[in-house]
Design a protein around this ligand. Structure first.
Ligand code: PLP
Length: 378
């Protein structure tokens, strides 16, 4: 069956007791012990075992072609659980261009905890080869396409180099989504999603997820991190997440098609210095993206306004339809001056506006941005 079919029916699950097609929201924090002192249900306490996760985890694992999935309280909780499952002293590689909050956590917290974190140009295979320390590097973290420049990393190439050095590979595939990219099939060991974004899809929940290729010792350590540190998702959010995932394919395909149209339009615009979007043929990394992304290049792009920072901020101030807000992957299109969000050390040029393309009509979005650029330059 096609993934669209699996998602639309959430794997076709029905409740055998009530014949319900939509799963109930399980809220119990604790589960009954058997009289002989066993827990045959496999569930003890909801910090570790919440049946509210079952359908969403099963569906996501299937869409990512992995063995198991785990939901978390946020994308950050999911990502940091992977690093917390490593041991102090382990060497990890992460990209210079990546979601800024995770980069900050790696440099300011994970290093204090004893991880040796090295930021490299992950999209450059020579840089990856040079940085890998066989036997010492335990994890290579990829984000592709990566915030906020949409840098593309060749997952298969990095995975084969990392595996040869004895390192695991985890991919933040929040922007690629299972609709366009299958990191596990390309050789990655773990996939991470800020499920807050496209998986949820409606800007109404904060959630994270991991999917593993193998139920191995590392995965069990991650499970222990979730159970003991308590970065667990609420039951209602799990329900919302599954509801969002049912329409994932329709939403992401629409957003990607609109993003391609918008990127193409503004690539030749006199008030735009450049458009950063992996779908554009002259974008560095387009060739790799065309190889590893299927059916589109995602709904995220950035435009660099002519006229510098002031023109970019003025453009964001003038939009009527686009919403000035952070985050991404919702039904509504968002615009933000990324350097203002990320602050000192950001790789975002000061004239960069990050765009999350939603589900509105693409021509309406183009017209609104056109008018805002014109007004900003008046
Ligand atoms: C690519 C990417 N990874 C991870 C995260 C973190 O997710 P959350 O905000 O759910 O913690 C985000 C959030 O913006 C993101 O865009």
């Amino acid at each position: 069956m096609k993934p669209d079919t699996l998602a639309a029916q959430a794997l076709g699950w029905i409740d055998e007791t009530t014949r319900a097609i939509t799963p109930p929201i399980h809220v119990s924090s604790t589960f009954l012990r058997d009289p002989d002192n066993q827990y045959r249900s496999g569930r003890v306490y909801a910090r570790a075992d919440n049946p509210a996760y079952d359908q969403a985890e099963a569906l996501l694992a299937r869409l990512e072609q992995g063995q198991q999935a785990m939901l978390f309280a946020s994308g950050m909780a999911a990502a940091t659980a992977v690093f917390q499952a490593l041991a102090p002293g382990d060497h990890v590689l992460a990209p210079r261009i990546m979601y800024w909050s995770l980069r900050n956590w790696l440099m300011n917290f994970a290093t204090h905890w004893g991880l040796q974190v090295e930021l490299i140009d992950m999209h450059d295979p020579a840089a990856v080869h040079a940085a890998l320390r066989p036997g010492q590097t335990k994890l290579v973290w990829i984000e592709t396409p990566a915030n906020p420049l949409w840098t593309v990393t060749d997952i298969a190439a990095v995975a084969s180099a990392a595996h040869a050095a004895g390192a695991r590979v985890a991919v933040d595939s929040t922007v690629g989504t299972p609709v366009h990219t299958q990191p596990l099939a390309l050789g990655a060991d773990l996939v991470m999603h800020a499920a807050t974004k496209y998986l949820g899809g409606h800007s109404d929940l904060v959630a994270g997820a991991l999917v593993t290729r193998e139920n191995d010792a590392m995965w069990q350590r991650i499970r222990t991190v979730r159970a003991q540190l308590g970065g667990t998702l609420g039951s209602f959010e799990s329900f919302l997440l599954l509801r969002g995932m049912r329409t994932l394919y329709v939403r992401v395909r629409h957003a990607s098609a609109s993003a391609m149209k918008i990127a193409t339009h503004f690539a030749a615009h006199p008030l735009v210095e450049k458009v950063l979007y992996p779908g554009l043929p002259d974008f560095p990394g387009h060739e790799v993206a065309a190889r590893q992304m299927h059916g589109g290049f995602g709904g995220m792009m950035s435009i660099c306004a002519r006229g510098g920072e002031a023109a970019a901020i003025a453009t964001a101030a003038e939009v009527q339809l686009w919403k000035r807000a952070t985050s991404l992957g919702g039904t509504e299109s968002l615009i933000e001056h990324r350097a203002s969000v990320e602050g000192a050390g950001t790789p975002a040029p000061t004239n960069l506006l990050r765009l999350s393309v939603g589900l509105e009509d693409a021509d309406d979005l183009i017209a609104d941005l056109e008018a805002a650029l014109a007004a900003a330059h008046r």
